[in-house]
Design a protein around this ligand. Structure first.
Ligand SMILES: [Zn+2]
Length: 445
């Protein structure tokens, strides 16, 4: 597909922006975590009434925390805690000491509000710069930032990190896709930051315009803020001619840059000098053995304004502490399958939209745009997968293609789904976070 840039970039020497921490021996990392965990628990206990109440109820005092593993003594924090203490009830600093607020739109009810001191913003910029460098970005690169700017953490998070790295930032935000393409070409962007679904939308519009972005200066893409599949990665790499790297973050913990893949593309390094990662059984709350799937739980280690104790991300994943070829010692989070909240249970089978995506991407005759429509029929949940025909597919082929796609979904995921093939361009395109599921089931309560 002409994407030879991947091999060229991969051959470059591994570069660590913060070599003293990125390659720190794991025993020293654990000692650093213990020291920072103690400070975090002291901060939370002294300044956040909710944490103090819960720690008291659990019979845990800040001085009981000695080693990093003592994190297990702490109660969990849930997303609903932030909503219940809207807007500033979880903050450990008075409003006047904050430098910035961000908020999630919140699909139901109150938004989730997060706050940062100047030191928090500074640490975030460092971690995002480290993530960009791990992905292959360098000082002097033009970074085209198509993450949304505003209350969403993606835009400003990537922006500050790119500036901290010494890159040249193009603060484009989402939307106006044709203009994005012109600026990527004209400004010589080497690095693209976007959601994966929007990266694909950029590729598609460029192809329609007759612009071959594989011949542009683009070499590195950092894509995150929504779960995506390995198949989608290959598709984006082939169509944009870059190395597509997965980046992870959530505003409750910081924003983008909590974890990021390195040039090896073999899992996302979770930055353990700033965060303590656990994987638990979501039912029992007990830790699962390394390598087993479970819910990712994160404790912040340096956050001043919003210390988080054992925040339940709802994201399902596995971690490994095995050595990575890049020389970094920080654990790796394997590709996030999906968020528990996004998981559908279709007649007893657990399904994430990203699993359906992995089946769809790469099938002939259909474009990699899709939506799942979930309905209640009688007492059973029913899913319809809406896919889009490739341009030029004859109309009388739609029904046989739909049947073939349904067969693939049945054999690879194990669910029976209706498949509807739509005309090219009929599935709504992402301008940021893609809407993968339309849930038409009656809301409980
Ligand atoms: Zn690595």
């Amino acid at each position: 597909m002409g994407a030879t840039t991947n091999a060229e970039v991969g051959a470059a020497p591994r570069f660590h922006l913060h070599p003293e921490v990125e390659a720190m021996p794991r025993e020293r990392l654990a000692a650093l975590q213990a020291e920072r965990l103690r400070a975090t628990v002291r901060n939370a206990y002294a300044n956040v009434p909710l944490h103090r109440t819960r720690l008291d109820a659990a019979g845990v005092k800040p001085e009981d925390i000695r080693a990093a593993a003592d994190v297990r003594l702490l109660p969990f924090t849930l997303k609903t805690d932030l909503r219940d203490h809207y807007p500033f009830g979880m903050f450990a600093r008075p409003r006047g000491e904050l430098a910035r607020l961000h908020a999630s739109s919140g699909t139901t009810g109150r938004p989730t509000v997060v706050g940062y001191t100047a030191a928090d913003i500074d640490a975030w910029a460092d971690l995002m710069a480290r993530s960009l460098a791990a992905a292959g970005a360098r000082r002097g690169d033009v970074v085209h930032n198509a993450y949304g700017y505003g209350l969403f953490t993606g835009g400003l998070g990537a922006h500050y990190g790119a500036e901290r790295l010494g890159a040249v930032v193009v603060p484009m935000s989402g939307g106006a896709t044709e203009r994005q393409i012109a600026l990527i070409v004209d400004f010589g962007a080497r690095v693209l930051c976007a959601t994966p679904s929007y990266a694909l939308a950029i590729a598609e519009v460029a192809e329609q315009q007759g612009v071959d972005l594989r011949n542009s200066a683009l070499e590195v893409g950092l894509f995150g803020a929504e779960p995506w599949s390995e198949a989608m990665r290959r598709e984006i790499e082939a169509r944009l001619g870059l190395r597509a790297v997965d980046i992870y973050g959530l505003s409750e913990i910081m924003g983008p840059g909590v974890a990021c893949e390195c040039e090896c593309q073999a899992g996302l390094h979770g930055w353990e000098d700033h965060f303590l990662f656990e994987v638990i059984d979501p039912e029992t709350g007990a830790p699962v053995p390394e390598g087993d799937a479970g819910e990712l739980v994160i404790t912040t280690l340096t956050k001043e304004a919003l210390p988080m104790l054992r925040y339940r991300t709802r994201d399902v994943t596995k971690v490994t502490t095995a050595a990575c070829d890049c020389g970094r010692t920080h654990l790796r989070i394997l590709r996030i399958t999906g968020r528990n909240d996004d998981m559908l249970i279709i007649r007893g089978v657990n399904v994430y939209p990203s699993q359906v995506e992995a089946v769809l991407v790469g099938l002939p005759d259909i474009a990699p745009h899709y939506q799942l429509v979930v309905e209640r029929r009688g007492s059973l949940d029913h899913v319809t997968v809406e896919v889009e025909a490739c341009a030029g597919l004859p109309h009388d082929a739609y029904v046989p293609v739909a049947r073939a796609v349904a067969h693939h979904i049945k054999s690879l995921i194990g669910i029976t789904a209706d498949v509807v093939v739509k005309h090219p361009g009929e599935i709504p395109r992402s301008q940021g976070k893609a809407v993968r599921v339309r849930d038409l089931r009656p809301k409980p309560g």
